[in-house]
Each structure stands twice: as structure tokens, then as C-alpha cells.
Design a protein around this ligand. Sequence first.
Ligand code: DQA
Length: 149
Amino acid sequence: MTRSILVLNGPNLNLLGKREPGIYGRETLSDIEAAATKRARELGLTLEFRQSNSEGQLVDWVQSAEQTHGALIVNAGAYSHTSIALLDALRGCGLPVIEVHLSNIFRREAYRHHSYVSEVAQGVICGFGGRGYVLAVEAAAVMLDDQAP
Ligand code: DQA
């Protein structure tokens, strides 16, 4: 199992920093990537960080992840609540999945309370802002250690 983590970010997360800062904070996605990469390095992991607004692109990345990575961290944004295509891809990807949301989706509108990604995630981290990604890297490290021969 490769000690490399793929972090996938869905639609509108490229706008972090200026998008609804009262909900998502002032950190940009680059800030979050830097913090997650730093923590991954400390834990002896490599990390690749990607974002797309396109559902199909996210599905393509999930489909090819098993060849190159050992775990997936996914914040699918609004696709979490809508995308059976992404659910199917994640179910078939053969990698442990950790779901992240910056906001606590359970304290928000009812349509955000259900996530298709959660059906296949080992665990969900939500409500801790950008720090949730660092927590997810730590969880991935534990899972990769557990799977090591
Ligand atoms: C989000 C929560 C989703 O409901 C929303 O559509 C997003 C961001 C989060 O990180 O809190 O785009 O995934």
C-alpha cells in the first residue's frame, strides 16, 4: 500500500477565502493545501491535492487513484449531496476514503444533512474548517499504518 494520499476537492472550493467567509473561513484552498502537505510530510506521507468544479473530472480522478495512491480524502462540496456517480466511483475505487467538510453540514440546511460520500467513507470530519484536512491526513496515516504488512 503506497503511503501517498490523494485529496480531492469539488465545486466552488477554489473560491475559499472569498466565498461565504462566515461559513467557510478566510483560508484559501492553497493555505489548506500547504497545511495538509506539511502535516503529511511530518507523518512520512506524500500528498497530492486537486480541485475541480466538474463531476466527471472528479469521477475520473477517483477511478485512477488506486494505481498511484493509498488513501483518498474527499471534500466533494455540493456533489456530496447529489452525486450517485461519485458514490459509485468511490465504492469501486479500492481505497480507504475519508470525507471532509469545512462546515458542520448537520447544523446547516436539511438538504446538506445527507451525503452520498458518507456511505463509502471510513469516517467523516466536518465542522473544523481547514483544520479538518489536517485531521483527515492524521486519520489517513493511522489507516495506512494499520494496513501496513
Ligand atoms: C462543504 C459543504 C457543502 O454542503 C457545500 O456545498 C460545499 C462545502 C463544506 O466543506 O463545508 O461546497 O462541502
